[in-house]
Design a protein around this ligand. Structure first.
Ligand SMILES: CC(C)(COP(=O)(O)OP(=O)(O)OC[C@H]1O[C@@H](n2cnc3c(N)ncnc32)[C@H](O)[C@@H]1OP(=O)(O)O)[C@@H](O)C(=O)NCCC(=O)NCCS
Length: 193
């Protein structure tokens, strides 16, 4: 852990991706309290603003203290209020083995506008430029077709399905495992120039 390290602020054409603060609890609660959004997330629907505070304070601080860019709040540049409307990030699964895992969510009113692929491209560029990461993985509940589409657009490969790996809401659920390797991202970068 480095005392100098600060989570990055990244900019894309339409978005700012920035570290969260306690002031972002309201923005998080607005999207994370929606059960349509949490239908396929690994986190549960936020029932109270305290759960959103825990995310922007306790969870975020512990990740930032380990130099992990997770979460970065998503702000839409054209929004005059500047509330975060979603978040994405990546953290180490195994640092010795160069494996990080990426996660993302954006509020329901913003689905289908390509915001998460746009944000993820900036995050992935940042990760491969700044970390000794070889493999970036993502786990997606089977049935979350929108998230599958995002990962396909980003060039991830679906490796297979982890069967009955999560017990949630009274059922054993399957997760798809996806990955993107450093050389694959570099090839994509050079092939689109
Ligand atoms: C999954 C999610 C991250 C996708 O982000 P996004 O910014 O909407 O991504 P895109 O705009 O590229 O849309 C992805 C796909 O969603 C589907 N989609 C588009 N509009 C939609 C809508 N209004 N409602 C539901 N799905 C929609 C389409 O299949 C689209 O693929 P296409 O572009 O090939 O048509 C977002 O829907 C979300 O936050 N969902 C809830 C949280 C979640 O499931 N997180 C991922 C956990 S692994």
């Amino acid at each position: 852990m480095s005392l100098d390290w600060r989570p990055p602020t990244l900019e894309t054409e339409r978005l700012i991706l920035r570290p969260v603060t306690e002031d972002d609890a309201t923005g998080v609660f607005l999207y994370a309290s929606n059960p349509n959004l949490t239908r396929f997330t690994l986190f549960e629907t936020h029932q109270t603003i305290e759960e959103s505070f825990w995310f922007v304070k306790t969870y975020a601080h512990s990740r930032y203290a380990s130099n992990e860019p997770d979460p970065l709040g998503i702000v839409i540049k054209s929004d005059p209020v500047g509330l975060i409307v979603g978040a994405l990030g990546a953290h180490w699964v195994s640092q010795p083995n160069g494996t990080m895992e990426m996660g993302y969510s954006i509020g329901e009113p913003f689905w289908g506008r390509g915001y998460i692929p746009e944000a993820a491209r900036a995050l992935i560029d940042y990760l491969f430029a700044n970390y000794a990461v070889e493999r970036l993985q993502a786990r997606v509940f089977v049935g979350n077709d929108s998230s599958d589409r995002v990962l396909k657009k980003l060039g991830f490969t679906k490796e297979g399905v982890l069967r009955s790996v999560v017990f949630r809401r009274g059922a054993w659920l399957d997760l798809s495992m996806w990955s993107l390797l450093r050389f694959e991202w570099q090839l994509r970068a050079t092939s689109t120039v």
